[in-house]
Design a binder for this molecule. Sequence first.
Ligand code: PMP
Length: 470
Amino acid sequence: PPALVQRAEKQDTQAIQALDSAHFIHPFTDHGDLATRGARVITHADGIYVWDSEGNKILDGMSGLWCVNAGYGRKELADAAYQQLMTLPFYNSFFQTTNVPAVQLAAKLAALAPKVGDRSFNHVFFSSSGSESNDTNVRMARRYWDLLGQSQRKVIISRHNAYHGSTMAGASLGGMSGMHAQGDLPIPNITHIDQPYYFENARGGESKADFGLRAARWLEEKILEIGPEKVAAFIAEPVQGAGGVIIPPETYWPEIQRIVDQYGILLICDEVICAFGRLGHWFAYEKFGIKPDLVTFAKGVTSGYIPLGGVMVGNRVAEVLIDKGGEFNHGYTYSGHPVACAVGLANLNLMERENLPGRVRTETGPYLATQFEALKDHPLVGDAETCGFVAGLVLVKDKANKQMFDPDRAVGMICRGHCFRNGLIMRAVGDRMIIAPPLSMTVAQIDEMMGLIRRCLDATLADVRDQGLL
Ligand code: PMP
């Protein structure tokens, strides 16, 4: 509602930028660049838009950082935080204490998490982020095997180009070579297989279905190479997000499930992006028919209004670790933080009332898919696809031969620049352009976003032609 929008007072952008660059170390930022160019100062937001300190209104095609699922300006989330801050701003959940919002949210999450096959999810461990949750997963998976007398099962297999966080374990689980290059990562007993990226990794003439099976079998090859008795778990995002919205072929997940079942290894679904309606379901494992043992969540659980993350612990692990395992020596000060949990609860209630996952599944998601499909007629677009409310397109030099631009020319960044100038946030991952808009987005707003995307693609095409890159 407009009443919530506090218009930016005339902000002194340059003064803020100078202070910013003098004192604030930003995540994933080259501070030399930051000092010369100055950060964009975001001052307020409402619905699907954010405003900067210069008064520019920008359509946020990335939901902040894949997290503002319910959209900005939701007063009831602010009210929930205020009420809880006034009632009990903090108490810990260590040493046999608890608090009401944490209990209620854990029960709500257990109720929302569908049972698949013989897996049910009745237990939740809370943290404050996706990274912490994945660190928890590493410890839980190894503790599980210890308790079963198989402590040699330590290796966790992940995928190249995956993103699982920035802590030592999170960045190790992730498959980002740039992150591994800094700080001696990965830590021991974490290894990677290739990602199921059809556009780049399929052989000439290979069908999507065949490629999906072949990509899944890289897991089996890796398990056999290591020795199945040493493998603790496989971790993966149902759809890879930060890696560039890599949507696996339909044959991929069923084959992965066959392999983890055959060798008895734990399956960890990192749903930090994919859960809470992003793919049209409360949890994405349901969409793909995956039977995970542990599910990482964060971001959308509070629509990003306050930090909260956690792990849904399936019955297989819970029966060993929770029911029989004694004390698990692990926990964070803010595990089950009452204010974060109160906001989480209010957010899930709001999303349920407005049926945001259902809308994405049956209405806005399919509409976005049709619009993205139509982008394939653009001369620069080599491929375009969506899954629920994540979407990616790849900018190519030659569509027929799937030929990419020279990465040094950073065509994705040229496109990203046009997006910002035209009032759209779209992320560039190399030359893949990706979006993950708020789930509250209407059909009319999808049209508005698609108009902006086309305009930016045209401007990029003009630049690329001017620079003689085509
Ligand atoms: N896992 C996935 C799949 C993510 O996308 C992210 C964050 N983008 C993380 C983990 C890490 O979450 P956080 O930044 O909250 O630590």
